[in-house]
Design a protein around this ligand. Sequence first.
Ligand code: ACO
Length: 318
Amino acid sequence: MTSPAPGVGFRFAGVGAHLPDTIVTNDDLSKNMDTTHEWIFDRTGIGQRHVGGTTSELATAACEKAMQRAGVGPEDIDQLLLATTSPDFICPGTAPQVAHNLGLDCGALDIQAACSGWVYGLVHANGLLLQGMDRILVAGAEALDQITDYTDRGTGILFGNGAGAAVVERDPTGASELLGFDLGAAGEFVHILYAEHGGLLQMDGKEVFRQAVTAINRSATNALERAGLTVADIDLVLPHQANIRIVEAAWKKLGFTMEQTAMRLHETGNTSAASIPLVLDQALDQGRIKEGSIVMFLGFGAGMTWATTIHRWSGDVR
Ligand code: ACO
């Protein structure tokens, strides 16, 4: 595979995020679980997580903000892609409900690629722009408290709820562009992180850690190569917010620095498909992405799946 077909540009027109109000701190968890704030924070970088709400409610709130910031109405959206691991129902998908809540009149479908889902969504959105659509809403939303086992200290400490969304559109000026991407999956690792129908998340933490580091290295390297860029060219990396130690271990091999990295894990926990748009929303608030910035999104998660995109950023979405 080569670089994305050039021609239509790829601009983030608006980005929004939403976290439910209820916060569960590590100290709160330690009241019902044999754990401590120090253990959780030291091993993962997580200090708290948000809980409550359904995936469709959280997604709707994030999408409303993204559309407002993009200055677009329901009639301007040609497709909704919703990445989620915790849909409201097994059937139907959650995207049609979110589209209905937003008053959209377009196609709407779920993407189930676990923590990589939102970045998968960006690549698929680029394909739809190339097909002639003008504007796609790409959301990532999770109500992971509904599939988390709070009696298991291996997984109960990790996950949180939240949502993020971006309106992406053609950019005929070419100022903003998808410069390169990489998507992958390795189904032989299904058993290391999964939830059965009606069940809760089960995880082999050490193996997930190992495979995540391998996937990150491989995917980032492939995407950089396809974009014709090096690690030093990237102004900001926004990795999936799973565990600070996973990011640090991967960065040792790749050569990224923490100064190049946006992290929001301490306040959100692992929000799976929502984690990257959530950290993007914060990075924009903090002014860390500017005109011409080269930005990398790097997702990895259950499946295993992985997904990396590299963008040249243009335009003010705040
Ligand atoms: N609090 C206190 N002690 C704990 C806890 C806890 N929450 N959990 C485990 N322990 C204990 C264990 O019982 C064990 O004790 P022992 O030595 O007396 O037997 C000790 O701590 C070490 O346990 P491990 O399971 O070996 O802990 P590890 O260092 O592997 O850390 C962790 C566990 C944090 C889950 C780690 O494996 C990890 O982060 N893995 C990646 C998982 C991940 O990020 N998943 C996210 C989903 S996938 C994705 O988004 C990519």
